[in-house]
Write a protein that binds this ligand. Structure first.
Ligand code: PLP
Length: 360
């Protein structure tokens, strides 16, 4: 199999693919593939409910949060968040940390909200995240929106701010990659296709006290309460996608032993790669060390021809997906849950050989 460092969709853990393969034609004695089961069947509702239960258990959430599985990706949440928790003209605060927050900001602005960017990393080309101890939210703001891990620029917040207004986090690229402290978070959303499955489902965690703040009069499908009331089965859910999420949650719990352990594995993968990059003169990571993402490692080779050659030669060696985002260039290696330490070591071995050949 290829060594897959794509930024999205990400690699799926091999044991999960094997289990899916084994039951692809006959899911638990139904005589049907899970793809063919009615979304109203007990089996599908069990997968949905059990997935929510497993997320709660893995994250240690008890009953403080509602968990729903929606469609429309992270991008639809860029609209649903401001639609549910603010009215036109209401103040809402955002932190700008690059490409995806830019999209979230433009989506909310398109709804006519009084949006303020209260902190931005644009002055330093998004190579570090703003200091959360220095942010100043507006007293009347309905919420603060931030993105925990910035997939394109390779930065990550390693904690969340303690502030008087609700904090809403786009965790699309680091959800379920480690244990986190949710005490300062009111809403979390994440599409599945990086660390917990396939494109098609987006997981939304909503603190119960936020439900009283939802604006009335929304079209039913955009109102989070509709999906809570209907147990994520208001309209046909993306059953196969949720099924893969369920399999990955089982893998995290039963094979890996939980989010603490998974976080350590992911941290090890990232530190191996960053340490190696920092030890060479050929490769350069532009991200300030305390803001570096454990998920998306960006780096450059300060010679464009050599960089192209590196990307080409990796692909020839079966190492796939190391080119940077089209808006940034350079290289980017994504270390989601499905990527093994062995894959990272293979990459480092290759990079080391390349560095020796090309260092002056
Ligand atoms: N948020 C983040 C952090 C992302 O990385 C992405 C896409 O990669 C999105 C949102 C957009 O998600 P989607 O493509 O599911 O709409």
């Amino acid at each position: 199999r290829a060594i897959n460092f794509y930024a999205g969709p990400g690699a799926i853990p091999l044991p999960v693919l094997e289990r899916v393969h084994a039951e692809l034609f006959n899911f638990k004695g139904t005589g049907m593939s899970v793809m063919e089961l009615s979304h109203r069947s007990d089996e599908i509702q069990f997968i949905i409910d059990d997935s929510a239960k497993r997320i709660k258990k893995l994250m240690g959430l008890d009953d403080q949060f509602e968990i729903i599985f929606l469609q429309g990706g992270g991008s639809l949440q860029f609209l649903m968040v401001p639609m549910n928790f603010s009215q036109p003209g209401d103040p809402i605060d955002y932190i700008d940390t690059g490409y995806w927050t830019g999209k979230a900001i433009r989506a909310a602005q398109s709804l006519g909200r009084n949006l303020k960017i209260i902190a931005s990393s644009s002055d330093y080309n998004h190579t570090s995240v703003p200091n959360l101890n220095e942010i100043d939210t507006r007293p009347g703001a309905k919420f603060l929106h931030l993105c925990s891990n910035n997939t394109v620029v390779g930065t990550q917040f390693h904690s969340f701010p303690e502030i008087p207004i609700p904090v809403i986090a786009d965790m699309s690229s680091d959800f379920m990659s480690k244990q986190i402290d949710v005490s300062n978070l009111s809403v979390i959303y994440a599409h599945a296709q990086k660390n917990v499955g396939l494109a098609g489902t987006t997981i939304v965690l909503i603190r119960k006290e936020m439900l009283t703040k939802i604006c009335e009069g929304l079209p039913e499908i955009f109102d989070y309460r509709t999906h809570i009331k209907n147990k994520s089965n208001y309209h046909t859910p993306p059953c196969f996608s949720i099924y893969i999420t369920w399999q990955i949650l089982r893998w995290i719990e039963e094979d890996i032993g939980g989010l603490e352990k998974l976080g350590k594995i992911n941290q090890k993968k990232a530190s191996l790669l960053y340490d190696f990059i920092d030890s060479t003169s050929l490769f350069h990571c532009p991200v300030e060390p305390s803001s570096r993402s454990q998920m998306n490692v960006v780096f450059t080779i300060p010679n464009e021809t050599l960089e192209k050659q590196f990307i080409y030669e990796t692909s020839q060696a079966g190492i796939i997906g190391v080119a940077g985002h089209r808006t940034r260039g350079g290289c980017r290696v994504s270390l989601y849950n499905g990527v093994t330490q062995e894959a990272v070591e293979t990459l480092i071995f290759f990079m080391n050989k390349f560095a020796k050949q090309h260092s002056t």
